[in-house]
Design a binder for this molecule. Sequence first.
Ligand code: PMP
Length: 439
Amino acid sequence: MADRHNAGTEDPHELLLRRHRAVMAPWVPLYYEKPLEIVSGEGCTVTDADGVSYLEFYSGIAVNTLGYRVPEIIRAAEHQLRKGVVHTSTFYLISAQVELAERIAKLSGIPDPVVFFTASGTEAVEAALLVTTEYRQSSQIIALRYGYHGRTFGALGVTGDRNWQGMGLSPLRVAHAHGGERRRGALAGLDDEAFVAACRDDLAELIATGTPSRTAAMLVEAVQGIAGAIPLVPGQLSAYRDVLDAYDIPLIVDEVQSGWGRTGRFWAYQWHDVVPDVLVFAKGVGNGLPLGGIVGRREIMSSLTSPSVSSFGGNHLSTAVASATLDHITAHRLPERAARLGDGLIEGLRSGLAAEPFVSQVRGVGLLLGIEYSRDSTLSPYPEMARRVQQNCRDNGLLVGIGGTHGNCLRLSPPLTVRQDEIHQAVRIIVEATGQARA
Ligand code: PMP
């Protein structure tokens, strides 16, 4: 507290950083040597506390689907705030919630769907684990290697990336199947067809020999976001589905990062010829308002025998804003736009970075992309290079994320409202930043 009184003598930014470090949990990492405080935004541009503007190509970790200062979002939030009710709890009827649930149910593609709202992606993953473990009376989950699903005991247990697992003290039984990162490890070098066959065989073997007689569910991301935007390959999801169907094991698709049009389809699972039994959403649904949830088959969703309440889940404000976000996505055909602009972004990056010796892959779908840096042809990860490029991008006016199991990927997930000229500008900055980082 006393530090605040030094405000007159210490640089305000330094002071804020010192106060942050003193009071915030130490496991919350901050980007950049000189961490950034964003204080305002408009479209895809944000401005920091020193008045410096940046193109924001991460959308607050794929949350700000429509970008910043969106008139429809402001109107929807103001309208609800002026009614004087932000929240009442799910013990009361909430018309905005019911309307949003109806829309999500319809969009889900799941037959006879039921919706449950939460306040975050992690909580939504937990809800999916809860209903499927109850439904199947089993605590065994199969998840994918390299996947990320959140930060609570259950969600961490199913997360296949050790960076986020801590000591791995999860109450669930979890087996991790092959099918994430495919250029390193046991399945390296296989073409798509052989890779899909190997994934199918691995899952079949895991179920037949490595798990108890009942498995609750298989949980996958259609595009592994935190892993650095690794998409499932064509045929992979249906190969899993075939194996699961033989045992009546439900399929949960985690669309927390990939949903809401980001990959060029409304849900990333729609790139595959499969419909999940339970779909998990969050992030982009509320354009920044904390909201997540699951939508799943009624039979599975009806398996809970006790009441289950998320106090914040789907409150008046978040669902009103989510419906306005959905209106905008639909009216402006943002999934199609994401597909088109994403193609241009990936092509621009691939050609601009083609001669860069440390760029080992530019990948992704729609506007969920990753650029991977490796030291050499053995694909030895080069995280220092990724961090230097991220810093150079910032110095040149572009904000991007870092990801990958080895921390060696730049992550791009701009708002779906990004303009073509902003895409060109971002490509130019990333190409220059990579060149500068190598020099
Ligand atoms: N699942 C996936 C695929 C995610 O990317 C994330 C967040 N990065 C989560 C779950 C957890 O969501 P939240 O941070 O809202 O708890």
